[in-house]
Write a protein that binds this ligand. Structure first.
Ligand code: F6R
Length: 617
């Protein structure tokens, strides 16, 4: 969701800005633009792909040592060139240009004030108020760095901003609150140095690995003479420079057609990496979650899981595990609901946030809300080590899935599940609910999980065959029971987000309480049907569907009790994986969504209207 790149160097930064935007494409966007600074300022914007922007920049021979760039995911104002960033404010010989991620909540009040001061608005965005506000401070005689400090004091909401102005060459300033922004420290030589700003490290890997994560409220100035940072109080601040471990290869597509396909097939490796510290040990220990974990887990009486989307589904699965294995009551809440709900905070609650990006605005706000209610024990299960969520949590377990670039989350989900399962084991062990022999048995199953998943991935051809039959449909139902109900929910989410087929998931026992009315011969029904304790119950539900003419597409285990027949299609995945079964059963659902989307010709990695990292509310 929206991406920022800023660059100052003693060479042409246009290729650096464009390449940075290309590497941020995965976050989701609908328009893009750059502004460059020589003696004057120039801008090029386009609706659509970064490649279109690049072509336009080439046509106008854009060359400059300083610039800012942006991919926009529309929030305020439709998708159009006039709403694309950068936004300009130009009056009385002062010209500034601004890019922004996030939402300015008091933009209406600021707009009214700025209109009164004679500023003219040409876009429908909230960002334009930042441009005019910054302009007003520069016009009053402040340098760009001071003007930005003054500007952000007047903004309510979430933002990451970068700006340039005519008359201050080799200077970009930025600020962040609630939206990510980092500083990239580039090469230096006797003539000077180059420095960068970006929404995430991947945008800068082409020029530097040395990055500093800005804190909420920081304002930064980068130039060819170095950089400086002040904190929210305006005091000089130092932020540690770290060497990013992200490898350029991990964001290459390699032999795959799409990132989603690559990421589905990376799952066995991602799980093995995530489990490295667990499977090499002879038993699970609280220390895996951080130094304070033993003490915090010992006092935990209740768990509250907060997350959005796919990560929320991981939380729903975890509830079954945590209650069954560790005997701890668990609530799972959609972060965007919890943050605004009057809820009762139970003492001794461990708040667990689950997030791929660690920057999801609702999940961050939900964690902060829980803290204000007095719930201070927090654990983040997250894929991005330097993310805000990880930094704001007392305990953490990093999923080592590597960058997830496809918008539809896949390997992040299965690695989150893996960690949540380990959490259940750790808590069970601490509460003496896990006999050593059972612990060894479950650890052995975890060690086998990557191999078992490779086996499941071999069903791709059979799934591809099914996909051709799904592609013409407008609707689909997904059924599951028990711990596999959230897996059915995840399967439905995957199908709708990338193939645009309307899909709903139901706990199979709920069918006869309403949704059965939808079932006819045009309604494909996907069933998650492992050989677990509920299989006989599920079979009865399948009869209910067949009796109404619905066609069943069943993902079952090797020795399934469900017989294939007319209207009952079955793919056997392998041996039943016991408690770990949900981690395997989601894989064919990911493959189904992927192949249906391919047949329907949608933009698999960048589905319409969606973004990878949801940094606004
Ligand atoms: C779906 C998907 C989203 C995310 C959700 C939360 O495929 O990717 O539903 O799961 O936006 O994002 P994170 O996990 O980054 O907090």
């Amino acid at each position: 969701m929206c991406g920022i790149v800023g660059a100052v160097a003693q060479r042409n930064v246009v290729p650096i800005l464009i390449e940075g935007l290309r590497r941020l494409e995965y976050r989701g966007y609908d328009s893009a633009g750059i502004a460059i600074l020589n003696a004057g300022m120039e801008r090029v914007r386009s609706v659509g792909r970064v490649s279109d922007l690049e072509a336009r920049a080439r046509e106008m021979h854009a060359i400059a040592p300083t610039g800012i760039a942006h991919t926009r995911w529309a929030t305020h104002g439709g998708v159009s060139e006039k709403n694309a960033h950068p936004h300009f404010s130009s009056r009385d010989g002062v010209e500034v240009s601004v890019v922004h991620n996030g939402i300015i909540e008091n933009h209406e009040a600021l707009r009214a004030r700025l209109l009164g001061a004679g500023y003219r608005f040409v876009s429908d965005t909230d960002t334009e108020v930042i441009a005019h506000l910054l302009h007003s401070h520069v016009a009053s005689g402040l340098k760009l760095f001071e003007a930005m400090q003054r500007t952000v004091r007047e903004l309510d909401g979430a933002y990451a901003i970068a700006a340039i102005r005519v008359g201050e060459p080799h200077t970009v300033v930025g600020s962040r609150r609630g939206s990510p922004l980092l500083l990239g420290v580039g090469e230096s030589n006797p003539e000077g140095c180059e420095n960068f700003l970006a929404s995430d490290t991947s945008a800068l890997l082409q020029v530097t690995r040395r990055v500093a994560y800005l804190e909420d409220g920081d304002v930064v100035r980068i130039g060819t003479d170095g950089y400086s940072i002040v904190d929210a109080e305006g005091k000089p601040a130092r932020r540690p420079i770290v060497e990013s471990q992200l490898s350029a290869e991990s964001i290459d597509l390699g032999r795959y057609e799409h990132y989603m396909q690559k990421e589905i097939f990376e799952q066995p490796g991602a799980i093995a990496n995530t489990l490295e510290m667990v499977t090499n040990a002879s038993s699970v220990s609280a220390g895996l979650f951080g130094a304070e974990a033993d003490e915090i887990f010992a006092r935990t009486k209740h768990i509250l899981i907060l997350a959005c989307g796919t990560s929320y589904h991981a939380g729903l699965v975890a509830k079954y595990w945590l209650e069954a294995i560790a005997g701890i009551p668990v609530s799972v809440e959609i972060a965007s609901e919890y943050r605004y709900r009057d809820s009762v905070a139970l003492p001794k609650t461990l708040v667990v946030t689950v997030s791929q990006s660690g920057e999801t605005a609702d999940t961050l706000a939900a964690l902060q809300h829980a803290t204000t209610l007095g719930l201070r024990d927090s654990l983040s299960i997250c894929n991005v080590p330097e993310s805000a969520l990880v930094r704001q949590s007392r305990l953490r377990f990093l999923t080592r899935a590597g960058p997830e670039i496809g918008v539809a989350s896949t390997k992040a989900f299965t690695t989150q599940l893996t960690v949540l399962f380990v959490l259940a084991l750790v808590l069970a062990r601490q509460r003496r609910r896990l006999a050593p022999s059972r612990e060894q048995e479950l650890l052995a199953q975890l060690r086998h999980l990557p191999a078992a998943m490779n086996h499941v991935l071999a069903c791709e051809d059979a799934v591809r065959h099914w996909a051709n039959r799904f592609a013409p449909k407008q609707h689909a139902l997904f059924l599951g029971r028990g711990v596999h109900f959230p897996i059915a929910q995840e399967g439905a989410l995957k199908l709708k987000e990338i193939s645009y087929i309307h899909a709903e998931a139901y706990a199979a026992g709920e069918l006869k309480h309403g949704p059965l009315a939808l079932v006819d011969r045009d309604m494909p029904v996907v069933v998650v049907a492992p050989n677990d304790a509920l299989i006989e119950k599920l079979k009865s539900n399948l009869h209910e569907v067949r009796a109404r003419g619905g066609e069943l597409f069943v993902f079952a285990d090797r020795d399934t009790l469900i017989e294939p027949s007319d209207g009952i299609n079955i793919i056997n995945l392998g041996d039943h994986a016991g408690l770990l079964s949900p981690i395997l059963h989601v894989v064919p659902l990911q493959l189904l969504a992927y192949h249906v989307a391919l047949v329907r010709g949608t933009d698999v990695d960048k589905p319409r209207n969606l973004a990878n990292s949801v940094t606004v509310e």
